[in-house]
Unconditional design. Structure first.
Length: 659
């Protein structure tokens, strides 16, 4: 069964070009009169943002050529491109990756080459800027689609420190793709030394090409590292080096910065933006640096080896001179702290204790060598509560602590935490017995949660299958048992997994039984599925091999006859009314309450949209600049034997012409 992959933004695979960041202002409204047949594309030296029609611009195919139309099918940019362009995002489209070419809603184009890079212009457009033979790679980054929105917006949490700042033209190195935890974020840089120079917003060079990298400006200053060495300096907007001979330097905050002199790397200086040293601290490294940017920093005591204190931005000691041994691992705006006596706690950015320093250990558990505190977010349809919890040890007993509140939600009374809190459930062991515990510290039931029974969260409530001996039942977070205990049914395709009960709609539960025990079951040796009430009454005939509750539907896979191949699916709504006249071979689950048979999309609200030619055309998942949810921006692509046919609107309008 096919499922769409998590949303990822496309990185154009053209080595040796610039990282293009579409961090632009909000789209304007209105549209000038478009000539019949659309604008004829033409190159310009400065690409301005111009108003788009309502609904934006969509690639439109006419014969073998591509242009752009609005969502009514009216041509806005004449089809002249041999390769399909990208849909517009934040005011611009990309019409060719070789060379990289951006286009606006008037059909104006701007192209880059190996010696000409596309950079920001002061008024929110793009301009060509000359560069000295430095290779770049283009990428479309920094965009996201709100859960209930229809258009892309700037991702204000974009993580790259090299390209976050005041929006002016800043040198940037080439980038390789590295996907972070949230969609639309790419971070990481080439390791080899490169030569960069500082330019102003008009592209005029202010320094020689002598830096490995230069950060964007912050409060009027940039941090730069010289090529071929480890010397770090601060640059002002005129390109002058404010500090010299530093092993490291921080950005400027409130006319303050931290630096370590190159000749004295164990020393920490508090300096102002002229480079004048205001105060010097001895340090052995480690915790030295800003704790809260521009407000609080930490430095090692020159008299007590390994201990450090906190200081304000003027160098005045804080917390009454309290000293700490270690500070590390920030989580959810919290910082892990350790006292000299080994006690640990969590502190917030205001230097207040969120979890008092009374624990022998606070940590995320390690599973297969990796820290784990939650499931892959893309496996979860509904994320009802915080899942950031730490294992806490006190008096050599174990519990779990909520990072956000600092509360010990599972009391420290267990011999070990077998499985950490994930979506409301944990498994803890005491006296040789395992218990499933909820996030309120209540023991729901003796037993364990097998690998094949991930918590299922829907409508703000999470549920999980609990195994006790050779029996299994479904429970919710409050401890309510949602179905009678059932015998475990193994999965013949994956011997280490079992078929587990799952939550359905309106109090129903999906359960599995061995066909040998069910009258009328069709295939010996494979499970039979049904929906049952809390007292165990079946709601359907015993003819299904697998049942899944998807986005307001039930997808039901029919048991196969001996010797047959493939699968047949039926679809019911949550009231158990059939929605298909005949079983289908393929069924895909999409976000936003959509299911697809390949040739038809149908929504939990009752809307249905079919491809124009079911003998050739199909709907498929995409991972481009479109949202994952079908028709979230009123369009969705249609394919013809793997090739893009064009785009279909939510009203059934085909945005293509076959000539």
């Amino acid at each position: 069964m096919c499922r769409p992959r998590p949303f990822a933004l496309f990185v154009l695979p053209v080595p040796g070009w610039l990282l293009v960041l579409l961090l632009l202002a909000s789209a304007t409204t209105g549209q000038a009169q478009v000539p019949p047949g659309g604008y004829i594309p033409r190159p310009v030296k400065h690409l301005a943002r111009v108003p788009e029609p309502p609904g934006g611009l969509v690639p439109y195919r006419k014969g073998k050529l591509w242009g752009y139309s609005d969502t009514t099918g009216r041509l806005v940019v004449k089809p002249v491109f041999e390769r399909e362009p990208w849909p517009f995002a934040l005011g611009f489209g990309t019409v060719s990756p070789k060379p990289l070419t951006l286009i606006n809603a008037r059909g104006e184009l701007i192209r880059a080459s190996r010696r000409r890079a596309i950079g920001f212009a002061p008024k929110g457009g793009f301009a060509l800027v000359s560069r000295r033979g430095v290779g770049f790679r283009p990428a479309v980054s920094g965009l996201r689609y709100p859960r209930d929105g229809r258009v892309a917006v700037i991702d204000t949490q974009w993580l790259s420190p090299r390209n976050r700042g005041d929006g002016r033209l800043s040198p940037t190195r080439g980038a390789r793709r590295k996907h972070s935890s949230l969609p639309g974020k790419f971070l990481a840089l080439y390791d080899e030394y490169e030569r960069e120079a500082l330019t102003n917003e008009h592209g005029r060079r202010l320094t020689d090409y002598k830096y490995t990298y230069i950060t964007p400006f912050h409060e009027g200053f940039a941090v730069a590292t010289r090529t071929g060495g480890r010397t770090t300096v601060l640059l002002n907007r005129q390109g002058r080096e404010i500090t010299r001979g530093s092993a490291s330097a921080s950005p400027v905050f409130h006319n303050r910065a931290l630096r370590s002199p190159y000749a004295e790397p164990t020393q920490l200086d508090l300096i102002d933006s002229t480079g004048q040293v205001l105060q010097t601290f001895g340090t052995t490294g480690g915790a030295a640096g800003w704790f809260v940017d521009g407000e609080v920093f930490s430095a090692r005591s020159p008299y007590k080896q390994g201990l450090f204190r906190f200081y304000d931005r003027n160098g005045q000691v804080l917390l009454g001179g309290q000293e700490f041994r270690r500070s590390d691992r920030p989580w959810n705006n919290r910082r892990w702290m350790q006292f000299p006596d080994g006690k640990e706690g969590l502190m917030n950015r205001q230097l207040q204790w969120v979890a008092p320093p009374e624990y022998e250990a606070l940590y995320y558990p390690l599973i297969n060598g990796s820290r784990v505190h939650t499931l892959d977010i893309y496996q979860i349809r509904d994320f009802p509560h915080d899942t950031a919890y730490l294992v806490a040890r006190r008096d050599n007993r174990y519990g779990q602590l909520a990072v956000a509140s600092g509360q010990l939600v599972i009391p420290a009374r267990y011999d070990t935490i077998v499985s950490p809190l994930t979506l409301g459930f944990a498994v803890a062991q005491r006296g040789g017995q395992s218990y499933v515990v909820n996030r309120r510290g209540q023991e729901i039931s003796p037993g364990s949660i097998p690998r094949s029974s991930y918590p299922d969260c829907r409508d703000g409530v999470c549920r999980v299958g609990i195994v006790r001996g050779d029996q299994v039942a479904l429970f919710d977070e409050t401890g309510q048992q949602l179905c009678p205990w059932q015998a475990i049914v193994p999965n013949p395709a994956h011997l280490q997994f079992q078929y587990m009960p799952q939550a359905g709609y309106d109090g129903l539960v999906v359960i599995y039984r061995n066909p040998a025990l069910v009258e009328g079951a069709s295939r010996e040796g494979s499970p039979s599925a049904n929906l049952i009430t809390r007292d165990g009454r079946p709601q359907l005939p015993w003819r299904y091999e697998y049942i899944s509750a998807w986005n307001g539907f039930y997808a039901l896979r029919l048991c196969q006859k001996p010797g047959s191949t493939g699968s047949k699916w039926e679809v019911y709504d949550r009231q158990l009314r059939p929605l298909l006249a005949h079983p289908v071979d393929n069924l895909n689950d999409f976000p936003g309450g959509w299911l697809s048979t390949g040739t038809e999309m149908f929504h939990a609200s009752g809307r249905r949209i079919a491809v124009p030619d079911a003998t050739r055309q199909r709907f498929q998942a995409v991972s481009e600049l479109l949202p994952m949810e079908p028709f979230a921006n009123d369009i969705w692509p249609v394919y013809d034997y793997g090739n893009r046919t064009g785009y279909l609107t939510i009203h059934g309008r085909a945005l293509w012409e076959n000539e």
